[in-house]
Design a protein around this ligand. Structure first.
Ligand code: RIB
Length: 291
């Protein structure tokens, strides 16, 4: 069994700032770093580091070769990543001293996938292989239809959440990984963690749902059980890719036969380590570091 992550690859430009820029304001940053990122790339690195055979599909432009090198180094197969004319997607990230961030995305080649390319990629996978998706690429509905037709298991982390997600056949999703905002939008209501989870579960009764709550931990729900996992206390350097690390280690754990409870514990440890370090993909730990 292998996992295909059809997802974004970004160049992250990270600016240290005293506070996020406000409307009409100009501020300066004394420190800028460039990191490999993108929710797709980060999740592929986390999947591979959790110990599963990971294939990434998507597209980079002429400036994106170093992203592929980073992925190869982490053990991700990048044979299915297209090289297209133009610029790779990028993210302009402001990082406050607390480690919190805000992000402006330029989609670049991430939104140049074609149906013909999706068909070619999915031909390499079969029933029971996993498919992991986020919301930074185009053609998500088509990818989900085709993958469902093949009997693949679909994992959706609908970040960054927007109205395009509701054009996807969400009833095919086997695992949702959601933060509180995403759960509220999908479930169509606000409320307590429990109310958010129940609302999503009512709409998607066959899906397994993971709700991540930052320093309040996370909750897993399926038909038979609810598991609450506290967060690990940690000194935060940079929260970028915390959720991506959690997604990769949780799904990697499930694929390797861990129980949901074990997978939640390991995903929590991995994302705690990731937030204690600067950067996105480069902050993701190896499985040995979790012990
Ligand atoms: O989830 C973090 C990622 O979101 C960053 O690496 C950035 O590229 C944006 O896609």
């Amino acid at each position: 069994m292998k996992v295909l992550n059809f997802g974004s690859l970004n160049i992250d430009f990270v600016y240290s700032v005293d506070h996020f820029v406000r409307s009409g304001e100009t501020i300066s940053s004394g420190n800028m770093e460039i990191f490999p990122g993108g929710k797709g790339l980060n999740q592929s690195v986390a999947l591979a580091k959790s110990g599963v055979e990971t294939w990434h599909a998507g597209a980079v432009g002429e400036d994106g070769e170093f992203l592929l090198e980073l992925m190869r180094g982490a053990g991700v197969r990048v044979d299915l990543v297209s090289r297209l004319p133009g610029r790779t997607g990028h993210a302009i990230i402001q990082r406050e001293p607390s480690g919190q961030n805000c992000i402006l995305l330029f989609s670049g080649t991430n939104r140049q996938n074609t149906k013909a390319r999706v068909d070619e990629v999915l031909d390499c996978f079969e029933k029971d292989d996993f498919l992991v998706l986020q919301n930074e690429i185009n053609e998500l509905p088509y990818i989900m239809e085709k993958a469902h037709g093949k009997g693949m298991r679909i994992v959706l982390n609908p970040s960054p959440m927007d109205e395009k997600i509701f054009r996807c056949p969400l009833e095919y999703v086997d695992y949702f990984l959601l933060n509180e905002v995403e759960a509220g939008d999908l479930g169509g209501r606000s409320g307590s963690d429990q109310e958010l989870l129940s609302a999503v579960a009512q709409k998607f009764p066959r899906s397994r749902i993971v709700l991540t709550l930052g320093d309040k931990g996370s909750i897993y729900k399926d038909e038979n059980q609810i598991i609450r996992q506290p967060a690990c206390p940690v000194k935060v350097a940079d929260t970028t890719a915390a959720g991506d690390t959690f997604t990769g280690f949780f799904i990697g754990g499930i694929m390797r036969g861990e129980t949901p409870s074990e997978a939640m514990k390991n995903a929590t440890k991995a994302s705690a380590i990731a937030v204690s370090r600067p950067g996105a993909a480069v902050s993701i730990p190896s499985r040995n570091e979790l012990i």
